[in-house]
Design a protein around this ligand. Structure first.
Ligand SMILES: N[C@@H](CCC(=O)N[C@@H](CS)C(=O)NCC(=O)O)C(=O)O
Length: 216
């Protein structure tokens, strides 16, 4: 098979690309990377030295594509079924990329910081940093909520912005409840019911026991 996705089923940024692949029904070989295994980590580092997933390898075109948003851009560029994920219209395309960036920068990344903090050794915790991250997420919710057109981020079309929204909102809800933002909660519920998303979440389910914030 020409496409290989280096990923982990629990990885939030991998979800963005899995949703895009399932949305467009693009066949690919899933290559689960166990970063805790030194040999597997080294093999992955030979593909992408930063050892951050997702990474898409397209043997047919001889391309290695890192970074979740860039993977979705690549799919939209080369696979007609994925073209609508990043609208060709420059203004619509810019709005989709803006939402993708806002979800990543103001919800997803601060949430990652909270998870990393939870995994620090005793004596190395940073409660001030966690509070700052939580405040940033709440600010992100407030910023983005009025920008969601409905039913999807851009209206009727399902795009990269929705692929980015699901992992950000799904996971951040564990750190800062969406209850104060009913329109975002409703949007997250609609996303969860989307077949590409439901499949992504079902595949993550067996690994969820390893998610550090699952018990609050
Ligand atoms: N900006 C990157 C972020 C990728 C990222 O942070 N991936 C995490 C998993 S969600 C990872 O690889 N973590 C492993 C590590 O940092 O060692 C993207 O959009 O793909």
């Amino acid at each position: 098979m020409s496409l290989t996705l280096y990923y982990h089923p629990l990885s939030s940024f991998c979800w963005k690309t899995l949703i895009a692949l399932y949305e467009a029904e693009i066949p690919f070989e899933p290559r689960l990377v166990n970063l805790g295994d030194p040999a597997d980590r080294a093999a992955f580092q030979a593909v992408w030295p930063l050892a951050k997933f997702p990474v898409l390898r397209d043997e047919g075109r001889g391309q290695t594509v890192p970074e979740s948003s860039i993977v979705v851009e690549y799919l939209a560029q080369h696979f007609p079924a994925a073209a609508g994920l990043v609208p060709a219209d420059p203004d619509l395309g810019r709005q989709v990329r803006l939402l993708d960036r806002l979800f990543d920068s103001y919800i997803h990344h601060p949430f990652q910081g909270i998870v990393s903090e939870r995994m620090r050794p005793e004596g190395q915790h940073d409660p001030y940093g966690v509070e700052a991250a939580r405040a940033k997420i709440a600010e992100g919710y407030g910023l983005i909520a009025p920008m969601i057109a409905g039913p999807w981020a851009m209206g009727e079309a399902f795009t990269l912005a929705d692929c980015a929204a699901l992992p950000a909102l799904y996971y951040a809800d564990y750190a800062v409840s969406l209850d104060a933002f009913p329109s975002l909660r409703a949007y997250l519920d609609r996303l969860k019911a989307r077949p590409s998303v439901a499949r992504t979440l079902a595949e993550a389910e067996p690994f969820f026991q390893y998610f550090p914030l699952k018990d609050g």
